[in-house]
Design a protein around this ligand. Structure first.
Ligand code: MN
Length: 244
């Protein structure tokens, strides 16, 4: 029997090339692809332009899925107006695609990992809300927004505390770790069915999971970018592959 490699969907999205706005690339950042391959899975790109019927058909053939990072979800998806000028990189086609897809993924109990935007999509798809801008809405919060010109993906500005009884603690093998922080929004009101599993010291929600699912874990940081400086992060991708 040849070795089998679980097929892991990665939600892919449009990216405009800086030097020519007419050229658009559909893809994901390469660290996601590498992290899945290193964990023993085969990455499959799932374009957010896929017609919903086709996305549903494709789900049947996938073993697991990663909801990737990206721009902000339009606040209308959680019943709010845009309240901050910092709300940025909105893509409502992607919002709709991912919200529908994540509901379907959960219905089918397909193993899923949500990263950054993907973590926020999980909460919004189930009826939760977001802080639109941590810096202005949460007094005395830490700086979480290191997504800026010349930033380093693997810079570790703050630590998190992890619930010892969570799957996340088991996957990472620790209840305390440093993380990168490339977000200016965060989960605010938690949706039903979700459990918070990690916080930064300013009580910003940094991870969640859904105990009723085979594997539904989400994190606010970017584990795929820090597998070299925080090797425990590989546990998240291994966990996803092992759950399939
Ligand atoms: Mn953070």
């Amino acid at each position: 029997m040849p070795k089998s490699y679980p097929l892991i969907g990665l939600v892919a999205y449009d990216k405009v090339i800086r030097h020519n706005p007419d050229v658009v690339v559909m893809g994901v950042l390469s660290p996601y692809v590498k992290a899945i391959i290193d964990a023993g899975g085969s990455p499959i790109l799932l374009p957010d332009s896929l017609p919903s019927e086709q996305a549903t058909a494709l789900l049947d053939r996938l073993d697991g899925i990663v909801f990737t990072g990206g721009g902000d979800i339009h606040p209308r998806q959680y019943g709010q107006e845009i309240m901050h000028t910092s709300v940025d990189r909105i893509d409502e086609v992607r919002d709709r695609f991912e919200i529908d897809l994540i509901r379907e993924v959960l219905e089918n109990d397909l193993p899923m990992l949500g990263i950054c935007r993907g973590h926020q999509v999980l909460n919004v798809a189930l009826g939760g809300t977001l802080w639109q801008d941590i810096g202005t809405q949460i007094p005395d919060s830490l700086e979480h927004h290191y997504f800026r010109d010349g930033f380093q993906w693997d810079y570790l500005p703050h630590d998190i505390m992890i619930d010892a009884s969570s799957r996340l603690a088991q996957l990472l093998g620790t209840t305390h770790t440093m993380v990168n922080s490339l977000h200016h929004q965060a989960v605010r009101d938690l949706a039903d069915g979700l459990q918070v599993t990690a916080w930064s010291e300013d009580e910003v929600i940094e991870a969640m999971e859904m105990p009723s699912q085979r594997f539904a874990v989400s994190v606010q940081w970017h584990p795929e970018c820090i597998v070299d400086n925080v090797p425990a992060m590989r546990g998240l991708f291994r966990g996803l592959i092992e759950a399939v």
